[in-house]
Design a protein around this ligand. Structure first.
Ligand code: S3P
Length: 444
């Protein structure tokens, strides 16, 4: 996607936020639904797909690799797949835009097929490390034909002709690494095993089971898991219902918590326990988050939440919780600014390699708006005063979550908060500004 001219936006102190909204479909499941659909013979119907730029790029990659991917109505897509190992050589470069997830998962899927593909992305994605995928897929038999400095995009990967099953311990807790290995392992005979020392989001495992693959998950160590996939399954197409993305719901959830008098209902929010660290943390801070209705669909749990504004207090967030809320730290740091007392968020090393260096971007953005903040090693420390001055302009560094988080900040700070570029919000949350305005947010 082209983001030629930056698009600045500011948010201002707003009256109570009110309303009932459904944020768009979960990004992790949306990428995976398209990829699994493409690896399945027959038709996969997807409803509630996130139609953000990141996911659309994954859909285009699946088409380039030979699948048929069709839009049939709002959020409704139909994929005719080619089967495990059935990709063809793409005729052009696979461009993943801003999306690490799309790029890394498809690298895994390509690694198990006898095809050669070139992967590229925007300036943000070109800065992100890819050796974390290239290393394990080399063990499976894929070959890096060319790669940019330090294991960066653009790179060309030749998939394995005879993929080998491996046992792989992920060096950092990462669902992207785990998923890439499992996707490559689909085409290998025998068992591919991934061991993670801390459990990361498990949508790949759940969808593999949903599509009929044999997957077993056992505990490994205190917080870890061992995932075993039997290779060469015949994936059987199954409809995928995509629940609302908890990482997107996080923004109106924090906004409703910090704008006095607010009451917002968020419907269909996925509550997979490996994604709910923010809700645990906000509740510890004293937030008023009530579950109105809980149910499950297509292998994932979801609820409607009612969030009412409440005074928050500072807390300590343990490093072990990071995998379950890794994308939520920017907006949690905003909540922490409005809390009474200090919030310490531990173990945030992985934030340095997201769409931006989020640890630095968050600290700089808070400081620009008068919040007392420190980075201590891999920890982020926010000294909340129950209020924030605002008045700063935040550099978003091509990062959608930095933009959305600081637009939440301005709704409750004394002076407006500006962001230099809101255009990247479209990668994960099209309609964010309109939805927030509909709740009463003053964004202009
Ligand atoms: C994702 C995994 C996480 C997360 C990203 C989505 C996924 O990244 O930050 O937004 O869908 O697998 P890591 O696996 O690098 O932690």
């Amino acid at each position: 996607m082209d983001h030629i001219a930056p698009s600045p936006l500011a948010s201002r102190r707003s009256g109570p936020l009110r309303g009932r909204v459904r944020v768009p479909g979960d990004k992790s499941i949306s990428h995976r639904a398209l990829i699994f659909g493409a690896l399945t013979v027959g038709e996969t119907r997807i409803s509630g797909l996130l139609e953000g730029e990141d996911v659309i790029n994954t859909g285009k990659a699946m088409r380039a690799l030979g699948a048929t991917v069709e839009w049939t109505g709002e959020g409704a897509w139909r994929v005719h797949g080619v089967g495990v190992g059935g990709f063809r050589d793409p005729r052009s470069v696979l461009d993943f835009g801003n999306s690490g997830t799309g790029c890394r998962l498809v690298m895994g899927a390509v690694a198990g097929c006898p095809v050669t593909a070139t992967f590229d992305g925007d300036a943000s994605l070109r800065r992100r490390p890819m050796n974390r995928i290239l290393d394990p897929v080399a063990l499976i038999g894929a070959r890096t034909v060319s790669v940019s400095d330090g294991g960066r995009l653009p790179l060309t990967l030749a998939g394995a002709r005879a993929p080998m099953p491996i046992v792989y311990r992920t060096p950092v807790p990462s669902a992207q690494i785990k998923s890439a290995v499992l996707l490559a392992g689909l085409a290998a005979p025998g068992e591919t095993i991934v061991i993670e020392s801390e459990a990361s989001r498990d949508h790949t495992e759940r969808l593999l089971m949903h599509f009929g693959a044999e997957v077993s998950v056992e505990p490994a160590g205190a917080d870890g898991r061992r995932i075993t996939l039997r290779g060469e399954p015949e994936l059987v197409s199954a409809p995928v219902v995509v629940p609302a993305d908890p990482s997107s719901a996080a923004f109106p959830m924090v906004a409703a918590s910090i704008v006095p008098g607010s009451e917002v209902i968020l419907t269909d929010v996925m509550t997979n326990p490996l994604r709910t660290g923010l809700i645990t943390t906000l509740r510890e801070m004293g937030a008023d988050i009530e579950v109105l209705d809980a149910r499950s669909d297509g292998g994932e749990e979801m609820v409607d939440f009612r969030v009412r504004a409440q005074t928050l207090r500072g807390v300590e967030v343990p490093a072990s919780r990071a995998p379950s809320m890794i994308d939520e730290y920017p907006v949690l740091a905003v909540a922490a600014s409005f809390a009474e007392g200090t919030t310490v968020m531990r173990g945030l090393k992985e934030l340095r390699v997201k769409e931006s260096d989020r640890l630095a971007a968050v600290a700089d953005g808070l400081a620009a708006n008068g919040v007392e903040v420190e980075i201590d090693g891999d920890d982020l420390i926010v000294h909340g005063k129950g209020r924030a001055r605002g008045g700063g302009t935040v550099l978003t560094h091509m990062d959608h979550r930095i933009a959305m988080a600081f637009l939440v900040m301005g709704l409750a700070s004394e002076q407006p908060v500006g962001v230099d570029d809101m255009s990247f919000i479209a990668t994960s949350f099209p309609g964010y500004v309109a939805m927030m305005r509909g709740l009463g947010a003053d964004l202009s």
